[in-house]
Design a protein. Structure first.
Length: 297
């Protein structure tokens, strides 16, 4: 069984004097029935930096100078396309979108509004949508090459935290949840035929099982260009974020996710526990999860 996991702690940008940190971990597993893992995840910090090539010794030493972190980026992607092309799609999407954001995302020049002490980051939602569009274009370009599946695509769920503001960009049926005050809320909407039928008033009993696996919105693929769901909201100090691919939610329900988050175990341990539950119940798909929570020093 192949697993990858990552853990990091970041000083939250614009953190209060009390020393708020963002503690995040991710883990990806091949599952019990797949030959390869086409899921990917990324946890990263945008960092302002400067490389000094030459300078008077009284001015600066040679080397890298880094400023404070300017945001935490969390991403999960679930590739599809057959013949192993799904992992190509998820890798291209994550690398392209992260690279695009690194070059266009405004650095933290956030200004507090006097009324309510709210933060403002103009243009972020537009840049997130443009980044997803760039990822979509790159995946489609790759799919047009010989010996590659023309249907190659991927889901993409992205959370960008510039404390205390959360931005989400989402395509497909991977998910982002908010754990707040003992309640678990799914922030993203599944872009499946089943969800469309429910929104049109079709009774749950009449929603076919196969409709849950038909995506109408993906990065790449052979249908329309990706149409990302963009969300902005304010976070509270005790909030937790949870991202996952559908390899988890096929086997683990929201109540079990809530119980796992309420345990307050370290993020790495929570990721492992949830993946183990999915595998114990068949592990029918690759499964990837990220847990991110603030904590005070």
């Amino acid at each position: 069984m192949v697993m990858t996991d990552m853990h990091f702690t970041e000083q939250a940008p614009s953190a209060p004097a009390s020393g708020l940190l963002i503690d995040a971990a991710g883990r990806s597993d091949i599952g019990r029935q797949r030959d390869r893992n086409e899921d990917l995840f990324l946890i990263a910090t945008f960092q302002r930096s400067m490389l000094v090539h030459d300078a008077d010794a009284r001015t600066a030493d040679h080397g890298w100078f880094s400023g404070n972190g300017t945001g935490t980026l969390l991403m999960v992607a679930d590739g599809m396309g057959g013949e192993g092309d799904g992992d190509i799609a998820s890798r291209i999407a994550i690398q392209t979108i992260a690279g695009y954001l690194l070059n266009v995302m405004p650095w933290v020049t956030m200004e507090r509004e006097r009324a309510g002490h709210r933060f403002s980051l103009p243009g972020v939602r537009d840049q997130l949508a443009a980044a997803v569009g760039e990822g979509d274009s790159r995946v489609r370009s790759e799919a047009a090459k010989p010996n590659v599946s023309s249907r190659m695509g991927t889901t993409l769920t992205l959370a960008y935290v510039v404390w205390p503001v959360l931005y989400i960009a989402h395509v497909g049926d991977s998910r982002c949840y908010l754990h707040r005050e003992g309640k678990l809320t799914q922030l993203t909407t599944d872009h499946t035929l089943a969800q469309q039928m429910k929104e049109r008033g079709v009774p749950e009993a009449d929603v076919r099982e196969e409709w849950h696996h038909i995506l109408w919105n993906v990065v790449g693929g052979d249908e329309q260009a990706a149409v990302p769901q963009i969300i902005k909201m304010d976070l509270r100090p005790a909030d937790e974020l949870f991202l996952c691919t559908d390899g988890l939610t096929k086997h683990v329900d929201d109540l079990e996710i809530l119980i796992a988050l309420q345990s307050k175990a370290p993020p790495q341990q929570t990721c492992r526990w949830l993946i183990d539950r999915a595998n114990e119940r068949g592990g029918s798909d690759n499964v990837t999860v990220i847990v991110a929570r603030p904590r005070f020093q």
